[in-house]
Design a protein around this ligand. Structure first.
Ligand SMILES: *Cc1c(COP(=O)(O)O)cnc(C)c1O
Length: 422
């Protein structure tokens, strides 16, 4: 069904029902004035053209209304998070009351763990994947230490088998069952940042729940990349950032999911702030000093919404809504990444191999390529040829063709450049 023909890629781009969405984004240009082949949407998604206008509007509101913009502006600042709720819930596969956009990813992980990691004498261990993103490891280790425990005793790592790069679901489930009596929390990525492996969220969640263990997911590389059904999968909590596949800009507001059964439980312990309090009594704090959590994920919100880090996310989420659902985006993504994989196999170079799973159901759009010889030089050659992708020590080049703005022709050109590297 795929072909190495340039005409084939031109046709497939011309017939792509999502081809016009590329125009919604600013494409960074190379030295030759032509758009870079931008395969770094897994690090920082491109800027939606509509982001500038929406940010300008909020700056204007500030200029025009001052403090009154909290209530007077088109999208009042006071409840700005409400504007993000429904589109976010659609991407997460959540009920609207289960999601809240707030803070940054690692901060949200800490906040979620403050509620959901409640170690006891017998149940105090955390299971996570290795390698995990460093920030998650720091957060989890310091959470463990915060409870007076030693990560050496409390942290269990799920690793690929010898000679393999990705972690088998059966091995994760075995670890859960083996440590069932001592695990307080299973914390995994949705899609691993390094290998691009997508974990079986539903299976991991079910296995942990069978043993009475809480399960959380870090969806930094999953949201906006793969369809999610957090509510139906029964995930306890999840966190993500919005500057990768969600294209909301550097340091953009992050998100959190708390399953309905926990979100409505106002008795759950948490680290609180005034915006997690029932809006009806929020301003009576000096009269009613008791914290009354909102019976939804909003109950974990701490501070008032940072408008300038939220406005670009509104712009980006409306693009996702225009696409008409993650399924449509995913259909293109599977084809686009599948085509990249096909071309890499056609080149058949002994000089590199792909460590991302070959099964489209076990990955998102990213492929992680191990360069066996001169990996840094290969990356430099790619950069010189106008490709934006990244290099991870010691020898992995991560490429993420993103279905919102990457084309089949770009994938084809990327493979051409790679095949010329000998
Ligand atoms: C990108 C990423 C982060 C980044 O954390 P911030 O708090 O947004 O700086 C954390 N964890 C994972 C898995 C990531 O991919």
């Amino acid at each position: 069904m795929f072909s190495v023909d340039e005409k084939f890629v031109c046709d497939i781009d011309a017939q792509d029902p999502l081809r016009d969405f590329r125009d919604c984004f600013h494409l960074p240009l190379g030295k030759d004035g032509k758009p870079l082949i931008y395969f770094a949407g897994n690090s920082l998604g491109l800027m939606p053209k509509s982001a500038r206008q929406i940010l300008d509007e909020e700056l204007d509101n500030w200029a025009k209304f001052g403090v009154d913009a909290h209530h007077a502006a088109g999208t009042p600042w006071y409840s700005y998070h409400e504007a993000l709720r429904n589109p976010t819930a659609r991407l997460a596969g959540a009920q609207p009351i289960e999601v809240i956009c707030m803070n940054s990813l690692t901060v949200n992980l800490h906040l979620m763990m403050a509620t959901f990691y409640r170690p006891t004498k017998s149940r105090f261990k955390v299971l996570m994947e290795d390698p995990a993103f460093p920030s998650d490891t720091y957060a989890i280790k310091t959470q463990i230490a915060h409870h007076g425990l030693d990560p050496k005793d409390a942290l269990i790592l799920a690793r690929p088998r010898n000679g393999e790069f990705t972690i088998r679901t059966e091995d994760i489930i075995d670890l859960i069952e083996k440590h069932a009596d001592h695990l307080a929390l299973v914390m995994f990525a949705g899609v691993n940042f390094f290998t691009g492996q997508m974990f079986h969220i539903a299976a991991i969640t079910a296995a942990a729940h069978k043993c009475g263990i809480i399960v959380g997911f870090d969806l930094a590389h999953a949201i906006g990349n793969v369809p999610l059904l957090l509510h139906d999968w029964n995930v306890d909590f999840a966190v993500w950032c919005s500057y990768k596949y969600l294209n909301a800009g550097p340091g953009a507001i992050a998100g959190a999911f708390v399953h309905e059964r926990h979100a409505t439980n106002t008795k759950l312990p948490r680290l609180a702030g005034w915006f997690g309090n029932d809006p009806n009594t929020r301003f009576r704090l000096h009269l009613e000093p008791e914290f009354i959590p909102v019976p939804s994920a909003d109950g974990w919100q701490i501070s008032n919404p940072p408008i300038f880090s939220m406005a670009p996310l509104r712009a980006s989420l409306s693009i996702f809504d225009e696409v008409g659902g993650m399924e449509r985006l995913r259909a293109k993504s599977i084809k686009l990444t599948g085509y990249l994989e096909f071309l890499l196999m056609e080149i058949g170079s002994k000089k590199f191999s792909v460590i991302t799973p070959g099964d489209p159901n076990a990955r998102g759009c990213q492929l992680s390529i191990v360069a066996h010889q001169h990996p840094k030089e290969l990356h430099n050659e790619l950069v010189a040829a106008g490709v934006k992708c990244d290099f991870r020590e010691p020898n992995v080049i991560r490429v993420a063709p993103t279905p919102l703005y990457s084309t089949f022709h770009e994938v084809w050109r990327f493979a051409q450049i790679l095949s010329e590297h000998q």
